[in-house]
Design a binder for this molecule. Sequence first.
Ligand code: HEM
Ligand SMILES: N[C@@H](CC(=O)c1ccccc1NC=O)C(=O)O
Length: 263
Amino acid sequence: MTETMTYARYLALDDLLACQHPRSDADDELLFIIIHQTKELWLKQMIRELRLALEQVRADRLVPAYKALARVSRIQAVMTLSWDVLATMTPSDYSRFRHALGPSSGFQSDQFRTVEYMLGLKDGKFLTYQDDRPEARAAMVTALGAPSLWDEALAAAARAGLAIPAAVLGRDVTQPYEPSEGVEAAFLEVYRDPQRYWDLYQLAEKLVDLDDAMAAWRHKHVLTVERVIGGKRGTGGTAGASYLHSTLSKRAFPELWSLRTLL
Ligand code: HEM
Ligand SMILES: N[C@@H](CC(=O)c1ccccc1NC=O)C(=O)O
């Protein structure tokens, strides 16, 4: 006989709520764990939406792709807002359990890197942190080797008649994307005549939403880091806030930003 479905069974609550294991008696460690676990759940959902959006753009189904992309940027907004919950943890609160973290760091989040790769921010060096997690590593390798959202958007733009340079369309997608003047010029056409290229124009603005939300998340991260650990080095081995500052200029869709100067 099958068991009656209940709230707890459907949501696997006994599993979910057994996954928090503070390593100290510090009051704020549970909050720290829960913030990170919710972030990993949202990243899981983002990866799914991005996969869907990639497939839809590849098939020239741009309108359904907007829906998935809009959901991604709303999830990003929730993740950015969650910094305000974590910022209630003071430097003295954090210092009570920071030692328990050892050399672990958000730097090692495979799902965060998978999202970066799917957007087009490719850097294979992050694979090295997954030597003990073959499935996580494999998902990163797949995202690293596949065309990014920007690669697919540029291919769709070329199919729609925009003059995307052949070298860009045939690029090695495992490598970091290099901004191209030809791509900037092509999208300048779209922004100068939105009515004519309405679908690509909408897609471009959805992609700017994603870059914008990612940058907002990065800004709030570095601000929270400065508030909680000041200029201390990171547990992951970087210089800390100054390293995080250097990531603020990362853009997955660089020409969509640079063309604004030319409009
Ligand atoms: C008190 C809270 C936090 C502090 C002090 C902190 C500090 C840092 C530092 C110093 C780094 C640089 C790598 C290193 O050397 O460790 C880093 C990276 C990172 N952290 Fe945090 N972090 C905090 C909370 C969070 C939270 C809540 C998240 C996710 C929701 C997060 C996600 C990440 C990610 C994804 C990176 C890699 C960023 C990149 O390389 O672009 N961190 N963090
Ligand atoms: N990098 C942080 C530690 C940290 O925040 C962290 C540690 C383990 C798991 C996730 C973390 N979050 C982001 O880096 C620090 O230097 O204090």
